[in-house]
Design a protein. Sequence first.
Length: 494
Amino acid sequence: MFLTISTTGTEQTPATDLGFLLHKHPDKRHTRSVSHGTAHVLFPEATVERCSAALLLEVDPVALVRRGKGKGRGGAPDAALGQYVNDRPYAASSLLAVALSAVFSSAMRGVCAARPERVAQPLPLRVEVPALPARGGAELVRALFAPLGWAVTVTPVPLDVRFPEWGDSRYVGLVLEAADGTLTLGEALRHLYVLLPVLDDAKHYWVSPDEVDKLLRAGEGWLAGHPERDVITDRYLARRWSLTRDAKERLELVRLADADDSDVDDIDNAVDEGTDTEEQPVPLAVRRREAILAELADAGAGRVLDLGCGQGQLVQALLKDVRFSEIVGVDVSVRALTVASRRLKLDRLGERQAGRVQLMQGSLAYTDKRLKGYDAAVLSEVIEHLDEARLPALEYAVFGSARPRTVLVTTPNVEYNVRWESLPAGHVRHGDHRFEWTREEFAGWAHRVAERHGYDVRFVPVGDDDPEVGPPTQMAVFSQAAKVADAAEKDQVA
């Protein structure tokens, strides 16, 4: 199996920096043993203007069989001959993806001490894979790579050049180019690591639960919003239902975190430019946070959960108010939590301030004992990012398991959308919103949740309350019913 990665450069940014980024010296041949074979890295050319790195994977077909593996779609596991006569040693597949991860692990993580400034710089990259199984054909290849910023060239490989009437095989030659410099080397490697076995639709090893974490790590920043996300997830995880369900639920929530807290509707925060002396309206995102802080203060909450905290805007606002003694931001996305940590400057906070705030990774689709015992929880612009079929899982995790005394839920009021002049009729405010409710629909859901879990609920308008269509944001304030709260307090004392 064979793959090349090439780039071009100038005197100021030489192409040979590719060797530093890959942690491989261009003047040497590098060899490493990997599962079922040997990986070689060499540089066919290495000049200031152009540099190419080639990964050659030599596979031992006998080892594939002797280790009880290699029994994917390339061969018939119940036929002795079929185990040896198959395409696994010769065609790009999960074997090549594993080799990529093994020999270029630092590059995939974006680590380079010698050229740290180059790690985050997009490169004019060209990737070539001469023999790639593509179950789904050229159309699927383009559908997988094109949304990621690649210019895709796919050349079908004929079954036999001597007999063109036999048609094309399921193999293609693939060329990917990011000539406009939109991708970093680490991003390119992570794309290949995930999508090569996806196109092959077969893996040479048993797919275990830790594959979900591998997929989400490699897919961070691009997979959650990919139009073919479900196809990628199903194939990467070998269609193991329990694993694909877990991955899709986690990716569903990642989409939420990747949208800024002000996603909160790009429209919400749009302010018309006027003269310097014209008073500008307060953005809706700011008014929403102010309303949340006021309700938390009225509830006497000291220990607060921000569920689906995203990039930490609300956590930052809470931290500025000394009434809140403990603030916990929870999100499924490591990337979003990293951004939140930088926003909050956690590494520079004093000991007292640092002791008040914590960021945790977690999924709101599952119960989590770490979330129990808090005064209040906030779900600010979260529920509309989930399919309605997934809401009962979130509902139970928050109201049934964690059971804070107060829960605040905000969500857009779809009736108000007619007031946004820039929003086409029939469109939701943000591309990731799975639904937007009317005031009646939101109230119906909130009353059902309150009744099932022993809460009282009231509703607070956020933003200008239009007499015809209501406010732009609607907020439900859930408070544990008096009898339930008393019982919970006695349990804690006991």
